[in-house]
Design a protein around this ligand. Sequence first.
Ligand code: AMP
Length: 211
Amino acid sequence: MNIIILGPQGCGKGTQARLLAEKLGLYYHEMGAFLRDLAKKNKIVADYINNGILVPDDIFFQAMKEILQEKTSSGQGMILDGFPRTVRQYEMLQNLFDEIGNKINKVILLNISDKEVVRRLSARRTCVSCGAVYNLATSPKPVTAEKCDKCGGKLIQRDDDYPETIAKRLSEYKENTLPVIDLARKQGILLEIDGEKSIEDIQTELLSWIN
Ligand code: AMP
């Protein structure tokens, strides 16, 4: 089973994807984290991310391809979060899967309003030491806004979680990802869910649809 999870930034797709991966034994690929990791060694990638601009496909697709090939040959299903994000990436993924005898089974869309995107992202904090992610507006909330509950590390706001960059990322999402959603809808593999419901309700809805 291969699932793509889409939605505007802050819609909770990471939380839902992790829960699904755990329950269904899927490999979880978080594109943003994968690229932020790459950015540590590659300043060009870091500049794209910090400005809320999509990293060009040719910079990362080969590395991504190797992961997808390896998972396919091991027979493990996957849940892809943050990739594909453009029609071109969706087609690249479909072509690769065609080549290696795999396919996209389902596409999940978690919808939240623009206002909720801004509220959630402005309240997001990340631990500099262990990478744990918290949200001061929703759960999981840290005990204090300064320190990580897991390791005591300092909590910071990501460079791309400030209002101007949030607005840029939101319009990037509308321009590039909404057409991917239309495509999946036409293919009859799209499930749309209200991302403003509770984490538990969304997870129950997702599991019953998948099963
Ligand atoms: P995210 O954590 O999903 O909000 O992603 C953070 C940043 O990583 C984005 O603003 C882009 O710069 C980059 N990024 C994430 N996913 C992709 C993708 N599929 N293609 C290109 N760039 C991406």
